[in-house]
Design a protein around this ligand. Structure first.
Ligand code: ADP
Length: 591
């Protein structure tokens, strides 16, 4: 894992582009914060000298007033800048979380499954929590730099030996800071796998979708025990870290104390020899302490920036994962309905898999035809659908719609032509009508509302939805609304099918969407779908062959290869794999 502070230029570019007040605020805050220590370093010199030597009351009052006013003005200006910066930083943090979420939803499934990208995402999430500290560190460093320049000027003008002394001490403290930096980075990196596993386990335990399984299969105990074991590991890593950290920090502080003592001696001797006044003594003493502090704070800031980059570098790296997607218009012949589909010599392997899941697949679906794909579990049926939906790209071969290679089409336009229901579809915890149309309720027209009702009727859930107090305006689940609906598995599937039908794409794909339905309802849905999709080209996948036999043609997939193709009757006549599967299922129903 490299740490090269790559995020700093990216971060500065981003904030100067998207947050026009952020850099001026950081700059203003740095000036006020950086100059404010000077009031308490310079003015006390004059007060003390007046008190001890000249004793002019009016001058004394001016200096005291100067300290009070200077501190007040700097504090006020610092507070105003800090408050504004805080608001900006808060927005920046929320924006960072949002950007990560948007990228995560836009990234291809292929990229999302790579372990390296999952790690980037996980560390990138940490990056979003650390973004405020990143800004604060930059602003503190800028303030320290300003103070450092000013107090160095004061010291060089009065006694250059003090600057030399501080530089010398820093030659010893810098290696200590480096050590601490190394420990910080090492700790941040070492804890990543454990922290990820711990958070995952706790998130599963608090995710009520797992509630039934966890309780019934004693999974709750198992999960908590596993989480505790990982917590022990995290504690060991942290204990080691804090022990070493404490040692190097202590050493640094000791060197600083030595520096203070020597400063005291040099200045004390100068005072005794009357080379300086008591006022100059306090000023130079305060200035050299301040120089040491500013120097340390700059180095510490740099160390912190590097440590924070362990998280922020992956944040930017994840946001910059490149997706090669075409944009623009689709050719007119792509939109011809009903569409034809063709798979030519398609071979595919999942990013994390060791062998090909699909091998040289060739088939055509003619315009308006209904094709059923059947086969045992794991044969590769869903994978065909995923390739057709461009969730992955085949390693070899091409897929055509109306004779056009689907990879050459702009993805958003392409997706509009697909009406899909996946086996593991997810309805979102938003309103029913928003779920179905994929847009906010305030943008849904009356015509669209009518269309939703008619599609709900076609899929057979209209009367259930009508019976709900808020009808299609009801929320699904209780996540965002206490009165949200909790549809049964079958009702959920019917809603998911409604959502697909409402899209009105030229291709309909049903990938075992009826698994939670009883055989009778499944058959009804398939028959309904046949009627609803007469004008469309459809692909059905179901493990119940009694349903798929109504398709125009059936493809039998076996271990990633096409084993048989034909109508139900033809395949039954062949007496091969299909007939065997069909007879086994039929026998189960008869039994
Ligand atoms: P089917 O739909 O016929 O039951 P799938 O197409 O879902 O089969 O899966 C085919 C094979 O690909 C299975 O062995 C499955 O374990 C594997 N597979 C599915 N998804 C992934 C994935 N994301 N990464 C790796 N292997 C996968």
């Amino acid at each position: 894992m490299k740490t090269k502070l790559e995020s700093l230029p990216l971060f500065l570019k981003e904030i100067s582009r998207d947050y026009k007040y952020m850099l001026p605020l950081i700059f203003a805050l740095a000036i006020f914060q950086g100059l404010s220590p000077l009031v308490n370093i310079i003015l006390p010199k004059y007060i003390l000298d007046e008190l001890l030597y000249m004793r002019r009351v009016n001058r004394l009052l001016i200096y005291i007033g100067g300290i009070a006013l200077g501190n007040f003005v700097f504090q006020l200006a610092t507070s105003i800048c800090r408050n504004h910066l805080n608001v900006n930083m808060y927005i920046l943090e929320l924006d960072a979380v949002k950007k990560l979420a948007i990228k995560a939803t836009n990234i291809s499934l292929e990229n999302s499954e790579k372990k390296s990208n999952l790690d980037l995402l996980e560390r990138g999430k940490e990056g979003t929590y650390n973004i405020i500290t990143f800004v604060e560190t930059i602003s503190n460093m800028a303030a320290s730099l300003i103070t450092l320049v000013m107090v160095t000027g004061i010291l060089i003008k009065n006694d250059w030996r003090l600057v030399f002394l501080i530089l010398l001490c820093n030659m010893f403290t810098i290696p200590c800071f480096n050590r601490i930096r190394f420990l910080d980075i090492d700790n941040a990196k070492r804890g990543i796998p454990e922290n990820r596993a711990f958070r995952y386990l706790c998130s599963v335990a608090t995710d009520f979708r797992f509630a039934k399984d966890l309780r019934l299969y004693k999974g709750d105990k198992f999960f908590i025990k596993k989480a505790e074991e990982i917590m022990d590991k995290i504690l060991i890593i942290n204990h080691e870290y804090f022990t070493k950290h404490g040692f190097w920090n202590g050493l640094t502080q000791s060197i600083v104390q030595i520096q203070i003592t020597i400063t005291f001696i040099i200045l004390g001797l100068s005072l005794l020899a009357t080379r300086i006044t008591a006022g100059t003594f306090t000023m130079l003493y305060a200035a050299s302490n301040q120089l040491g502090r500013s120097f340390n704070s700059l180095i510490q800031g740099y160390t912190d920036l590097i440590t924070l980059s362990v998280y922020l570098d992956p944040y930017y790296e994840f946001l910059n994962i490149e997706e090669i997607e075409k944009e623009g218009e689709v050719p007119n012949n792509f939109l011809i309905k009903p569409a034809s589909i063709a798979f030519e010599d398609v071979t595919f392997r999942y990013p994390t898999a060791k062998e090909d899941i699909l091998k040289n697949i060739n088939f055509k679906v003619y315009p308006g035809e209904t094709l059923a794909i059947v086969g045992k579990n794991g044969a590769g049926k869903t994978t065909i659908v995923k390739l057709l939906c461009r969730l992955y790209r085949p390693q070899k071969g091409r897929i055509f719609i109306n004779g056009i290679d689907i990879l050459s089409l702009p993805i958003e336009e392409y997706k509009k032509q697909l009406s899909i229901v996946f086996q593991d579809f997810k309805l979102l915890p938003i309103k029913l009508n928003e779920n179905i149309l994929g847009k906010e309720e305030r943008f849904i027209t009356e015509k669209e509302t009518e269309m939703i009702w008619s599609k709900l009727e076609e899929t057979g859930v209209k009367s259930w939805v009508e019976g709900q107090p808020k009808g299609i305006k009801s929320y699904l689940t209780k996540i965002l609304d206490d009165n949200g609906l909790l549809p049964s598995g079958g009702q959920e599937q019917k809603i998911a099918i409604t959502r697909a039908l409402a899209r009105d794409g030229s291709i309909v794909i049903l990938d075992e969407p009826t698994a939670a339905l009883d055989p009778k309802s499944e058959e009804e849905i398939f028959e309904n779908m046949l009627k609803l999709t007469e004008e469309k080209t459809s692909i059905f996948i179901s493990h119940r062959l009694s349903s798929t036999r109504i398709a125009d043609r059936i493809i039998v997939l076996d271990k990633g290869e096409i084993a048989e193709v034909g109508t139900h009757e033809e395949l039954m006549e062949q007496n091969g794999l299909y007939a065997n599967m069909y007879n086994t299922q039929a026998k189960q129903y008869v039994d």
